[in-house]
Design a protein around this ligand. Structure first.
Ligand SMILES: *Cc1c(COP(=O)(O)O)cnc(C)c1O
Length: 371
C-alpha cells in the first residue's frame, strides 16, 4: 500500500505557475523580484515592517540571536520541548542554553518556570541575553505572561515561529509576539518553499542589517569590501516564488489541517485514556500536526508499531532537549511535563493533502492496534 507521510508538502498548479514565471523571468542567480515580493507579502500579512527571506529558519534563529547581542559566555533561555535547531543556534553564538520545560495546558514554555528561572538569574547576576520561545506544533505560547516577565527583567524575546505560520495568539499573528520572529518553510511545515525561512522584525533598519549579514556582509563598493563577518543565508528567488504561491493558499492549508484534526477527534471521541494536545482559548492554531498522548505508554508503542507495519508514518513527540545527550550538561528547569509527553505521545499524519481514504486508513489502523 502507498506510504502515508506525516506532513508532506502540499503544492500544485498555483505554486508551479509562480515558479515557472520566476524561471522564465531570468531571475535565477540567486536573489530577485520574487524574493522582494515574498518578503513584502509576508510582512504585509503579519503587519510588521521588516521581513528577510533566508535559506532556513535555523539561519534566521542564528542571525536573530546575533542581533540580540548573544555572544560567548552568555546565557539564553530556550524551550526544552522542541526541535534541536533553536538550542543549537545558541551554541553557534558561543552561548549557554538554559532549558525551560513546558506546561501541561499549552505544551509550550511554562511561564511559572520562566519566572522562577529569571528570578534566580537576577539574584545570581546572570540574566540571559534572550529568551527563545518556541510555538510548539504550531501553537503559540502564552505570550502575555511571557513578554510581561521578560519586560520586567529587560530581556528580549525571540519567537521561534518555525511551526506556527498562520497561527494567532489572541488574534495577533504568530511571528509578531516577541521582539523578533522566525518562520520555517521547510518541506514538512504548513507552508513550504521546499527549504527556506524568514526572519521578521518591526524595524526596517534592523531588517536591512540582517539582510546585509545574510549576504556575506558585502559593503556597498565596486569591489568586494568587508568589515564584518557575514553569512551566506539568503533565500533564492526561485524558492521565494514557490513561497508566494503557498502564501496565497496559507489559510486554506491551515484550515485543511484543522479539519483533519477534527476528524481524528471525532474518530477517537470514545477512546479512553487517549488525549489530544490542548488548545487554550487564546490559541488560533494552524493545525500543523495532530498530536495525541496515552495514559499508558505501551499503547502508544503498539499503535506506532502497527502504523509502521501498515506503511503509515507517525512519530513520537519531540524528545526534550534536557534528555538529549548533546545537552545533558546544561541547566534545566523542569517538572516532568515534556518528559512524560515524549514517553506517551504520538504525531499522526496531518498533511493538508491527506485524502479521506488515507485518513480512514490511518484511523482504522490506529483503532485496530489500540483495541
Ligand atoms: C523546523 C523547525 C526549525 C528549523 O527550521 P529549518 O527551516 O528546517 O531550519 C526550528 N525550530 C523549530 C521549532 C522547528 O520545528
Amino acid at each position: 500500500m502507498d506510504r502515508i507521510f506525516l506532513s508532506p508538502p502540499d503544492v500544485g498548479p498555483v505554486e508551479r505557475q509562480y515558479l515557472l514565471d520566476a524561471f522564465d523571468s531570468g531571475w535565477i542567480a540567486p536573489t530577485g523580484p520574487d524574493l522582494d515580493a515574498f518578503e513584502q507579502e509576508v510582512a504585509q500579512r503579519i503587519g510588521w515592517s521588516g521581513a528577510v527571506g533566508l535559506t532556513t529558519a535555523t539561519a534566521g534563529l542564528h542571525l536573530a540571536l546575533r542581533e540580540l547581542g548573544v555572544g560567548p559566555g552568555d546565557d539564553v533561555f530556550v524551550s526544552s520541548f522542541t526541535f534541536v535547531a533553536a538550542v543549537n543556534t545558541v551554541t553557534y553564538c558561543g552561548g549557554r542554553p538554559v532549558l525551560i520545560d513546558s506546561d501541561a495546558s499549552s505544551w509550550n514554555m511554562d511561564p511559572d518556570l520562566l519566572e522562577c528561572a529569571l528570578s534566580e538569574a537576577a539574584t545570581n547576576g546572570r540574566l540571559p541575553s534572550a529568551v527563545v520561545v518556541v510555538d510548539l506544533f504550531g501553537q503559540c505560547a502564552d505570550y502575555d505572561r511571557i513578554t510581561a516577565l521578560c519586560a520586567e527583567f529587560e530581556v528580549p524575546v525571540l519567537e521561534d515561529a518555525a511551526e506556527s505560520m498562520g497561527s494567532t495568539y489572541r488574534g495577533r499573528p504568530a511571528g509578531t509576539l516577541g521582539d523578533i520572529g522566525v518562520f520555517s518553510f521547510n518541506g514538512n511545515k504548513v507552508m513550504t518553499t521546499s527549504g527556506g525561512g524568514m526572519l521578521v522584525v518591526d524595524d526596517v533598519e534592523v531588517a536591512e542589517r540582517i539582510r546585509f549579514l545574510a549576504t556575506q556582509a558585502r559593503e556597498p563598493a565596486d569591489h568586494y569590501e568587508h568589515t564584518t563577518v557575514g553569512f551566506n543565508y539568503r533565500l533564492s528567488n526561485l524558492l521565494a516564488a514557490v513561497g508566494r504561491g503557498q502564501l496565497t493558499r496559507l489559510d486554506e492549508l491551515a484550515k485543511q489541517r484543522c479539519e483533519i484534526n477534527r476528524a481524528y477527534r471525532r474518530a477517537f471521541d470514545r477512546v479512553e485514556g487517549l488525549h489530544f494536545m490542548p488548545v487554550p482559548e487564546w490559541s488560533g492554531w494552524n493545525g500543523w500536526l495532530t498530536c495525541v498522548y496515552f495514559d499508558d505508554a505501551s499503547r502508544r508503542d503498539a499503535v506506532r508499531a502497527a502504523m509502521a507495519e501498515a506503511n503509515i508514518e507517525s512519530r513520537a513527540l519531540w524528545k526534550p532537549m534536557h534528555l538529549q545527550p548533546l545537552y545533558a550538561d546544561v541547566p534545566v528547569y523542569e517538572r516532568g511535563v515534556s518528559t512524560s509527553l515524549f514517553e506517551t505521545g504520538l504525531c499522526l499524519p496531518s498533511g493538508s493533502g491527506l485524502t479521506d481514504a488515507q485518513l480512514d486508513r490511518v484511523i482504522s489502523t490506529f483503532c485496530a492496534a489500540d483495541s
